[in-house]
Design a protein around this ligand. Sequence first.
Ligand code: GLC
Length: 483
Amino acid sequence: MPSGRQSWWQRAVLYQVYIRSFADSDVDGVGDLRGIVERLDYLDWLGVDALWLSPVTVSPDRDWGYDVADYNDVQPGFGGMAAFDELLGDCERRGMRLIIDLVPNHTSDQHPWFRDSRAARAAPRRDWYIWRDPNPDGSPPNNWRSTFGGTPAWTLDPATGQMYLHSFLPEQPDLNWWNADVRDAMDAVLRFWLDRGVAGFRLDVAHAVVKDRELRDRPAGAAEFVLVDLDETFAVQRRWRKVVAAYEPERILLGETWVMDLSRLAGFYGSGDDQLHLAFNFPFLFSALEADALRRVVEETEAVLPGPAWPAWALSNHDVVRFPTRMCDGDERKARAALTALLTLRGTPVLYYGDELGMPQAEIPRELERDMAGRDGARTPLPWNGDWHEPWLPLGAGVAGVAEQRDDPDSFLNLCRRLLARRRSSADLQDGSYETLPAPPGVWIFRRGEGTRVALNLSDEPAEVDDLGGRTLAPWESVIVES
Ligand code: GLC
């Protein structure tokens, strides 16, 4: 049985709920918080321990909640604060934790802070955002680019003749994290939700909150769109860590750390217990489903993370193509192997809603597209079997729904449930060390703790594995063996 040495968030399996597409209680075609309440039995049955909710806060939805107009209230269409408190209470009764998305990098242009900031050069909150004069020829103050569209990250506000910075849409102005009042204001937002009882935050754009103070040009050929002051970003994370550390039981910071270099990823953990609790591993998410590639990412992660740091693994999220399509060519055997890897590594796995069904990326006809960045195919409604009425995005094809899969012991869903149960009942899988074991080409074998071995045949050939007593693994078969 689990040793009990770890914190809840190290033992937990997290489940990302994209609210608009999870479950719709008021039949308006958009998922909502009471919809989640109605489906908590399902999530309990599946065996997840904590939910990460996509933004619940008030938003004009230019970027589907990631443009926040009020940090301290809940989107009316999701059921408002009453529904949120209901969900929180129900989760608490079940011992399930609720983590919310927090967007500290930018607000909506409709946020009162920005309305004030743009009102005049001398406005009290002018310096809460990043304003500069354009060059004399009208061009932007530097060569930074916005993530959506790659257009200049600066927009002119004719009323005051200055430009403001936006790493994303013009409707998402970046906050100025060099301003002490901004830091205080966001601390208050954290405390507002912590006092209400959330278990922590998934921090949006955690890797790029503080910009270069001098706003210097990005060097030619730079991969980044804007220049980030990483040390100062880490300093802000240490500050947030102190805010959450004042709460019992333990609350966590889970960072969207979109970096492809693992030694850089390690930096977000600080000394191991003074910055983020968990930092998403994007090199793993974007790896090919190949034994060598995955093994390398995991070994390097294990090697570079500071002592007490704990990895966080995911295969899908609301910004990327779903893993059965991106990584597995729609082949269910491959998706089963990928899921088995996700749920047996050392660290906290994060499932994206639909992952448990093996749900592929949906094809969205052009006239039904909603997202300006083409991400709708990863955000379609969870197929419950018959429970959506005129949903905001069409249901994807190519996957059996929840009710159907629940009744089939061999379904992807039941595999996922069994893996979660296995993990929960195994001290090795929950907190045992990771060690690569020798394996034939195309096969990845690792030991967890003292007595558990996981063998994944990530190839089209059968593989004979000495270490498993000469057992032969079928193409794409995986096994978990306790000795
Ligand atoms: C993060 C979110 C993404 C959003 C962007 C801007 O990357 O995950 O959905 O569009 O930040 O807030």
